[in-house]
Design a protein. Sequence first.
Length: 228
Amino acid sequence: MSKAIKYYYDFLSQPSRALWIGMKLGKIPFDDCPVALRKREHLTDEYKKINRFQKVPAIVDGNFQLSESVAIVRYLSDKGQFSEKLYPKSLEARARVDEFLEWQHLGIRVPCGLFFRSVWLYPVNGIAPMPKTEKIQKLVKDVETNLEFVERLWLEKDFLIGDQLTVADIFGASEINQMKLCQYNVSEKQFPKVAKWLARVRESSNPYFDEAHNFVYEKSKQAVSAKV
C-alpha cells in the first residue's frame, strides 16, 4: 500500500488554501505538514530541501517532490487521485479549466496579490508603511478592472466553467477572498455575478472552504472591531 503524500502549506497562502480544499473535497489522503510563513519556516534550510523555491504549497510523494499548486493538481489528476468533477479528464472540459487557471495568474492573482501585500501584509509585518490614499485607489482600480472581466467574460453560468464547481472556481475565489484582510468586499451592486458566484463557491465547497479561510475571516473581523 502506497504511503499518503505529504502536503506542505499555510492557510495564509491563497494557492495553499485552494489546493487543500480541492484535495479535501476529492477525499485525497495526505499528511498535514504546515509551514508557518509568519515564522519564516519556508526560508529554513530544511524546507529548501522540500521546495527549492521556498514557497508553499508543495508535496512529497515518495521520492518525488513538486511545487506550484496548478502543477500539483495536474500531477495528482494524472495519477488518478484528483477528483474528476473538480478537474475533468475530458479534453475540452479540462482545457476550459486550464484556460482560467492560466488566465488568473495575471488576471486575478497579480492585482489581488499586490493589493493584499501593499495594504495588509507589508504594513502588518512592518516591511513597509501603509500606502497613501492615491496608491490604494490605484490598487483598487486594478483589482476592479479585472473583477469586471470575471463578471463579463467568465460568469455566463453559475460557475466559471459552466454549471459545476471546478478547481478554477476554488482558485479564483481563494484569491479574491484574500482581500477581506484589507477590508475589501466585492460589491453586490457593482459586481452582482461575482458576489453571487463567491457565495456559491463557498456553499458548494463547505465545510472545507470555511475551514481553510478561517484565518482570513477572523483577522478581517478583528480589523473591523478595532476600528469601532
